[in-house]
Write a protein that binds this ligand. Sequence first.
Ligand code: HEC
Ligand code: HEC
Ligand code: HEC
Ligand code: HEC
Ligand code: HEC
Length: 220
Amino acid sequence: MSVTQQLTFPRWANQVRSVVGLLFVLGPLYALGLVYFGGAPRTTNVGYMPAQPVPFSHAQHVGQLGMDCRYCHLFVDRAAHASIPTTESCMNCHRAIWATSPKLLLVRESLTTGKSIEWWRVHDLPDYAYFDHSAHVARGVGCVSCHGRVDQMAEVWQDLSLSMSFCLACHRSPEQHLRPPDQVTSMDWQAPNGDPIAHGMVLRDRAGINPSTDCSTCHR
Ligand code: HEC
Ligand code: HEC
Ligand code: HEC
Ligand code: HEC
Ligand code: HEC
């Protein structure tokens, strides 16, 4: 084949050229659209804080009242997903406390209608990534390592980027993030002697903790 033959475009190439041109214009628009209209993964959205239907405050319930996470997020140490509390569990207290507060109107309505409150999701990994709470919480990785100081949040926001490199950094060297499993919900636990790595290494050895970095651990 000669050089000229290679460089000569057939007649249909003109049509292709206009189609390709159109793609060059539409491609970036499409990508922008994905970013702005929800196609972008929420997981790396540090600071994402959707307005919730009820002004529920973790700072008030955890920070001031000292409630444990597991009172509301029931299965976080036993299942892949941390459940969001039912209306009934709020009403255990709010039948008596702030029983007529306008801020709790939607909660009382939800109890009457039986329709659950539609909380907005804050953290949401893409479907192709697999995550399991119990695998972390039961092994002594505290909530604060991935969600930050929830006890100081009037409204929950995403505090850390839950990107693949974030997951992998800890899977490669988890020591400094390990604590005794009975301290996982504590927001201000400190390692003894101010040395989280030394303390974590002991815990790691004792429990044989060895997080995998195989692709199939998180992409199955
Ligand atoms: C009194 C009940 C209650 C307690 C106690 C509680 N939470 Fe929550 N939590 C909720 C409710 C209700 C929501 C959903 C509304 C919202 O996001 O504020 C929620 C949402 C969250 C979310 C965001 C979930 C998402 O959509 O991604 C995280 C993270 C969270 N809680 C962590 C914690 C941690 C950590 C603790 C303990 C330090 C805790 N919670 C204690 C009731 C509670
Ligand atoms: C263990 C008891 C208890 C549970 C369970 C509980 N709360 Fe509360 N909540 C309180 C107390 C006590 C206050 C008042 C704190 C204060 O005045 O500082 C409060 C305050 C509030 C307020 C502010 C009311 C106002 O008018 O200022 C809202 C809103 C609220 N809670 C929503 C919820 C929701 C939603 C749930 C369920 C996810 C829930 N609470 C579960 C005890 C509870
Ligand atoms: C190793 C990191 C990590 C730890 C530790 C962790 N979480 Fe999460 N959490 C996540 C990720 C990632 C998501 C999003 C999961 C998804 O989209 O499938 C999430 C989601 C949530 C949600 C929303 C419901 C759900 O399961 O998707 C709640 C509530 C929550 N976490 C509470 C907690 C509490 C309470 C603790 C401590 C007892 C905790 N988390 C510990 C990473 C973590
Ligand atoms: C702060 C440390 C830390 C972070 C961050 C972390 N992990 Fe882990 N992960 C661990 C530890 C510790 C284990 C338990 C290893 C063991 O039991 O030997 C684990 C185990 C797992 C497992 C194994 C569960 C099973 O069934 O065997 C999966 C899946 C997993 N992590 C996914 C993730 C994903 C996805 C992310 C990021 C969103 C993440 N992890 C972030 C520390 C972490
Ligand atoms: C510890 C958990 C974990 C392991 C192990 C892991 N991934 Fe991921 N991966 C994730 C999470 C979480 C995301 C989603 C991150 C986001 O939302 O941006 C992701 C995203 C991706 C993406 C999408 C593009 C991107 O970068 O966001 C590709 C491709 C990918 N992973 C490939 C791999 C391959 C190949 C391996 C093995 C070498 C691997 N992953 C191992 C957790 C993991």
